[in-house]
Design a protein around this ligand. Structure first.
Ligand code: NAD
Length: 496
């Protein structure tokens, strides 16, 4: 019998019987390692009700106490980071060093949330008018929903949960059904850190659970991360139900290499950002725009590095790239490789027949050259280890290409020319930009978010915008009557 993964509601594992379950695979072997319970409407209501019950007590918990729980959580997470990394690898497939990197970035967000007392300070204007003070208070929203994707099963939940609870909200987290264990582990650590029951609930499932949260009248806000079609759907449905929604979507990130760039550095970056986590990252580089005359040389350098990339089980420390998350996803990624060939792209490295022992969902690193914007390998988010090279004649042509894309998540430029880099940062229509940095994921004290089809709503994730998203501001205008006008005189000097 395989293990069962169930919801975490009101501070404990859910003990009911699920009407539907899903399979959770070990992507390196292809075996089913667990079954996860899928929530129906009843469990959605149970989790939301637990969160609603916990809200009044939690919103009145002092800032110092909330912050102390987050500090304790940070210590527990740090002490058990290797265990969490192994859980991620077992269900997602990414290599353990990469999973450890994910946990490290997640901890950054917890550390930021520990500063809640500072972040939640309001403004105060004394004597806005004579004897009148005006001040602002940032208050929590209530019950908020967090819906996360498979590719960062610990980090993306922790983009939101620490900030949401730091602000005094209670949370129902619906992680990806493909790798649900990391969320349950996190919920257990938060409970150990002293988080009261019901403040964080983890609800597993699919569209049924998501739709339940989107329609539930008690849920005030939704933070979503996933593919663009679902992000758009979640944004539209959630806002139609009167909720505050931030929905981060998919990506197609370009790395522009100018002719003056250090080509070795650029090739290293293309390979690590293109094939790290088997390309299953929303900030992965999927298109290299090589500005002539360097395309040939750059493709040769990338190809040489790809030949040295070790693909294997993420638990083997010598592996640099693991399998894809499921067989279905592997088949979808391979269908893009097939389409690229039939659409006329030049297949430089073919990862389709890679031989890795065991029955996992393997696809080797794949490189296309002479890709053009009409091809599906260029247009669509593939979310796998497939890198496309587009050859551009000039900086202007490269910029035009990047700006014509539907997505605007991340981009990078490699150059030694500060003026060109500065122009790029100014002109490019993308939310996160790297200058000689291939994956410019903002640190925890900035905020993460793309433009265009990569984000629906106006708040980016975590950092200052996270605190803004999880609070609503109240402005108080106050005047205390002068006792000379009929109040009780307590002996204070009268207003002159
Ligand atoms: P996904 O859109 O399939 O799933 C995301 C979440 O939505 C999951 O919790 C899933 O259960 C739920 N879901 C799936 N189908 C649904 C439906 N029809 N109705 C309602 N809910 C549904 O995404 P994924 O495959 O898990 O993750 C990969 C995607 O996430 C990629 O597109 C990637 O670019 C994107 N992503 C974006 C960011 C970002 O910050 N912009 C970060 C990570 C991942």
């Amino acid at each position: 019998m395989t293990a069962r993964i169930s919801h975490w509601i009101d501070g404990k594992h859910w003990a009911g019987v699920a009407e539907r379950t899903g399979e959770v695979f070990d992507p390196a072997t292809g075996e089913v390692r667990a079954h996860v319970d899928f929530a129906g409407a009843g469990q959605v209501d149970e989790a939301v009700t637990a969160a609603a019950r916990a809200f009044p007590g939690w919103r009145d918990t002092s800032l110092a106490a909330r912050s102390r729980i987050l500090f304790a959580f940070r210590e527990l997470l740090t002490a058990r980071k290797d265990e969490l990394a192994k859980i991620i690898t077992a269900e997602h497939g990414k290599v353990e060093s990469d999973a450890a990197g994910e946990v490290a970035r997640a901890i950054e967000n917890v550390e930021y949330a520990c500063g809640a007392p500072q972040m939640l300070k309001g403004g105060f204007s004394e004597n806005a008018s004579r004897g009148v003070d005006v001040y602002s208070i940032a208050q929590p929203l209530g019950v908020v929903g967090v819906i996360s994707p498979f590719n960062f099963p610990a980090m993306v939940p922790l983009w939101f949960v620490p900030n949401a609870i730091a602000c005094g909200n209670t949370v129902v987290l619906k992680p990806s059904e493909k790798d649900p264990s990391a969320s349950v582990f996190i919920a257990g650590l938060l409970a150990e850190a002293g988080l009261p029951d019901g403040v964080l609930n983890v609800l597993h499932g699919d569209k049924v659970a998501v739709d339940g949260l989107l329609a539930h009248p008690v849920v005030k806000a939704i933070s979503f991360v996933g593919s663009t079609p679902i992000a758009r759907y979640v944004y539209e449905t959630g806002t139609n139900h009167g909720k505050r929604v931030q929905a981060l979507g998919g990506a197609k990130n370009h790395l522009v290499v100018l002719p003056d760039a250090d080509l070795d550095l650029a090739a290293d970056a293309a390979v690590s950002a293109g094939f790290g986590s088997a390309g299953e990252r929303c900030m992965a580089v999927s298109v290299v725009v090589a500005v002539e005359p360097v395309a040939g040389e750059l493709v040769a350098k990338v190809t040489e590095r790809m030949s040295r990339l070790k693909v294997g089980d993420g638990r083997d420390p010598s592996s640099e790239m693991g399998p894809l998350v499921t067989a279905a996803h592997r088949a979808k990624v391979q269908s893009y490789v097939d389409a690229g060939i039939s659409e006329g792209a030049e297949l430089v490295v073919d990862g389709r027949d890679i031989a890795v022992p065991g029955g996992g969902f393997w696809l080797g690193p794949t490189l296309f050259d002479r890709v053009t914007p009409e091809m599906s390998v260029y247009r669509d988010e593939i979310f796998g280890p497939v890198l496309s090279v587009v050859r551009a004649e000039s900086y202007d042509a490269a910029l035009e290409l990047v700006n014509a894309g539907a997505y605007g998540n991340g981009t990078a430029i490699f150059t030694n020319d500060g003026r060109a880099a500065r122009r790029f940062q100014n002109e490019v229509e993308v939310g996160m930009v790297g200058l000689n940095v291939p994956i410019p994921v903002p640190v925890g004290y900035y905020s993460f978010g793309g433009w265009k089809d990569s984000l629906f709503g106006d708040s980016h994730a975590y950092g200052p915008e996270g605190f803004h998203f999880f609070t609503r501001t109240k402005v108080v205008t106050s005047r205390w009557p002068d006792p000379s006008h009929g109040g009780v005189n307590l002996g204070f000097p009268r207003n002159s």
